[in-house]
Design a protein around this ligand. Structure first.
Ligand SMILES: C[S@@+](CC[C@H](N)C(=O)[O-])C[C@H]1O[C@@H](n2cnc3c(N)ncnc32)[C@H](O)[C@@H]1O
Length: 353
């Protein structure tokens, strides 16, 4: 039952304090002692296992990250990092009375669970390639396996329209963002909002320009190369505002947040964020590098682990004063404006002789 626990831990302040004290090591120990009650274990044929990590099998290989229990922990840290960065808000868009909400690439589904809890009047749908979630207890929440890059068949059959579509950390997952934004536009009601949050892969340091030899510059290079080789870029935070505007959204706003690695900032809020952001790296980096390094760049698993170890040393050196940026963009579907062919119109045109 770990997924539920991971999610539950973020749902009350008391649990937050407990979770606050956990580290990757604590979590792994807890998994060991919790083995008999795990729910993630499924039939081996349903997943791809590689170099000690587990990956999705539906649309095998199309997503680069693992979907195992270590990743559940990493997604739990991720959710908390975003949540605290946005001052305990789930959205920045000025949404007042959400009725029908979609979270694309929901992962474990913590954002969807939290949103459904906070808005019992809203119907919340989370979709992902991997069914990492547990059956929701909230009557207003549902999850669905779906590839957001293919036609949204079940939603289109239902002719379903949302008043909010949310996406987070989908960098490296989508080849054609323009198509995805157009689909979002089509599936929003007029006046509905799209909101997307992505981390920049470009490192900065308060000490001045980072040398090329810096491990964080090597990470940037790693993501850039993988983006070229997979055809799915990681440079999304840099382009999403413009792409969302091009899809026809209006009143598009961009907000930037600093994510320091570690607790070197003098600002107490940034110290808290920095602690979580370091844990985000600690818990995530093996999963980020393993499949991409071995499948795309021809690394051995040992080379991938060595890269992780070198990074681990740099993470503990706070004199580097390294930070990345989180970028959040939201925009509104206007009441009357159709700058592009709708998905429906496009399909109708295609199917005509
Ligand atoms: C880095 S995780 C982020 C999860 C969650 N949005 C969060 O912020 O915690 C990216 C998620 O996107 C999902 N994903 C990747 N490509 C996808 C696709 N084509 N369709 C649906 N989900 C996808 C992955 O399975 C994974 O769960």
């Amino acid at each position: 039952m770990f997924q539920r626990k991971a999610g539950d831990q973020l749902r009350t302040t008391a649990h937050l304090a407990e979770f606050d004290e956990m580290t990757t090591h604590d979590f792994e120990q807890r998994l060991d002692s919790d083995a008999s009650t795990r729910t993630l274990a499924s039939s081996p044929q349903s997943y791809r296992y590689e170099n000690g990590r587990r990956y999705h099998a539906y649309r095998d290989g199309s997503y680069w990250g693992p979907n195992d229990e270590k990743d559940v922990y990493h997604q739990t840290v991720t959710h908390h990092l975003f949540y605290r960065t946005l001052d305990d808000r789930m959205l920045l868009a000025p949404v007042t009375d959400p009725r029908n909400v979609l979270d694309i690439g929901t992962g474990v589904g913590l954002w969807a669970v939290n949103f459904a809890d906070a808005h019992p009047e809203a119907r919340v749908t989370g979709t992902d390639l991997s069914p990492l979630w547990e059956n929701p207890v909230q009557p207003n929440l549902r999850f669905q396996v779906d590839d957001c890059c293919s036609e949204w068949t079940y939603l289109e059959e239902l002719r379903e329209r949302f008043d909010v579509i949310h996406m987070r950390c989908l960098y490296g997952s989508v080849a054609d963002w323009n198509q995805l934004y157009r689909r979002c536009f089509e599936h929003l009601i007029p006046g509905g909002y799209i909101e997307q949050a992505e981390m920049s892969i470009i490192p900065h340091s308060c000490n001045g320009p980072l040398p090329h030899a810096s491990i964080f510059r090597q990470w940037e290079c790693f993501w850039r190369k993988c983006g070229v080789l997979t055809g799915k870029s990681w440079l999304i935070s840099e382009t999403m505002k413009e792409s969302i505007e091009e899809a026809g959204f209006v009143d598009v706003c961009e907000r930037r947040f600093k994510w320091p690695i570690g607790m070197w900032s003098s600002d107490p809020k940034l110290q808290e964020i920095g602690r979580w952001y370091r844990e985000f790296w600690e818990s995530g980096m093996e999963g980020w590098v393993m499949a991409l390094g071995t499948r795309c760049l021809g690394w051995t698993a040992s080379q991938a682990r060595a890269f992780v170890e070198e990074t681990r040393k740099a993470l503990s050196d706070e004199t580097n004063r390294v930070y990345f940026e989180l970028v959040v963009v939201y925009g509104r579907r206007p009441d009357h404006f159709r700058p592009h062919t709708s998905c429906y119109e496009h399909r109708r045109t295609q199917s005509q002789p």
